[in-house]
Design a protein around this ligand. Structure first.
Ligand code: SF4
Ligand code: SF4
Length: 367
């Protein structure tokens, strides 16, 4: 089981309620970014490039509670920056647990062994460890040698202490999906509950702009990685999302599914783009021009984006929004996701507005 039954039930009943209320847009995961500072400086990071006065700032305990209250999503993901640097993080986590929120506390694990005793194991709390692939690839991605070994050590200790532990892996280009299959084996062997995968996003602010996957590169990588997935691999994803990143099906982005709150306010329109801020969650839902985003909009910032925070909520909504989606999810859960063989040239049909030229890259240059 990739998540506890109680979490699955909470999410299922929440989504069904949204459908019964006929809410067209609803949040699934609150992305609560309490600060931007970090103890690493990864080359693909789009969060740590702010000036020192911004990096010093952090959300207060009260702001975190207020954001959770306004949003009402059943899951709270706490990325950053490095959230373990926030002095009130144990109190914030404890209060969210009291509210019965399922929390993913995202960390690069460098401080985890030192700080873990500030937290209590709970079915509501999962440490989500940033692991960008096998040792060599991870250390290159985070720009610090030895980081993989330290994270592995921290994972072992955290699992031993009885915490839920998941991994969170961002994929950049130049990698061979076949080679990463051993990495998935290694993570499961450490005793993690499940793994998350996502193609990287080309943040404007990231120092490295050259190594983000184009859409067809994602298909290629994830077909190599996920074709005939091993039974031992557990993913913290809908099987339909895995089919999406491997190009077996297409989903449009639902950016409202993972609304983001940070020191500037509610971020428009998603976790990745920063097209403005509004003071309330209500404003975010009502004032954002949602039609301007997603692959079909032709927005160049969205054309190659396949990240989980934009598309996993679409997969979940599809599951509960139609019988077809429901049965596809059941099938994918029992038999594993339907992944097209890596040597296939089959591509999903990508919808687009008639007046916008189809901005899909071809396979030229795909390594
Ligand atoms: S660990 Fe995360 S927040 Fe820190 S620099 Fe790397 S990507 Fe950015
Ligand atoms: S496609 Fe990506 S960048 Fe565009 S709105 Fe969705 S999540 Fe944001």
């Amino acid at each position: 089981m990739s998540v506890p039954i109680s979490q699955m039930w909470t999410v299922t009943s929440y989504v069904i309620k949204q459908h019964l209320k006929r809410r067209k847009r609803y949040p699934l995961v609150l992305m609560l970014e309490p600060l931007f500072r970090c103890n690493l400086a990864c080359k693909g990071c789009g969060k740590i490039q702010y000036p020192a006065d911004i990096l010093k700032k952090q959300l207060s305990f009260e702001q975190c509670m207020q954001a959770d209250e306004e949003c009402g999503a059943p899951i709270v993901s706490i990325p950053g920056g490095e959230p373990l640097l926030h002095p009130q993080m144990p109190q914030i986590v404890e209060a969210l647990i009291k509210r019965k929120k399922y929390i993913y506390l995202c960390t690069n694990a460098l401080l985890l062994e030192k700080k873990m005793d500030q937290y209590t194991p709970s079915k509501y709390l999962s440490f989500s460890i940033h692991m960008d692939g096998p040792e060599k690839e991870h250390d290159i991605s985070v720009c610090l040698n030895g980081t993989y070994k330290r994270a592995v050590q921290a994972i072992k200790k955290t699992v031993e202490r009885g915490f839920r532990v998941t991994t969170n892996t961002t994929i950049f280009d130049g990698h061979d999906g076949e080679h990463f299959r051993g990495f998935l084996d290694d993570m499961m062997a450490l005793g993690v509950e499940s793994m998350m995968l996502s193609p990287g996003y080309s943040y404007d602010k990231a120092p490295d702009q050259e190594h983000f996957l184009k859409r067809n590169q994602s298909y290629k990588f994830f077909r190599e990685l996920l074709y005939r997935p091993k039974k031992s691999w557990k993913f913290n994803h809908s099987p339909l999302f895995l089919e999406f990143i491997a190009g077996s099906r297409h989903f449009e982005c639902t950016p409202w599914g993972n609304p983001t709150y940070n020191i500037f306010g509610w971020q428009l329109p998603c976790y990745l783009l920063q097209e403005g801020y509004v003071p309330t969650f209500k404003d975010l839902m009502e004032k954002t021009e949602w039609h301007k985003y997603g692959q079909a909009s032709g927005n160049p910032k969205c054309v190659n984006c396949m990240v989980h925070c934009g598309h996993e909520p679409t997969a979940v909504d599809y599951t509960f929004g139609s019988l077809k989606g429901f049965f596809a999810t059941i099938k994918g859960t029992i038999l594993g996701p339907n992944i097209i063989p890596p040597d296939s040239e089959k591509m999903p049909h990508l919808p687009h507005k008639k007046d916008v030229p189809l901005p899909v890259p071809d396979m030229a240059g795909v390594k």
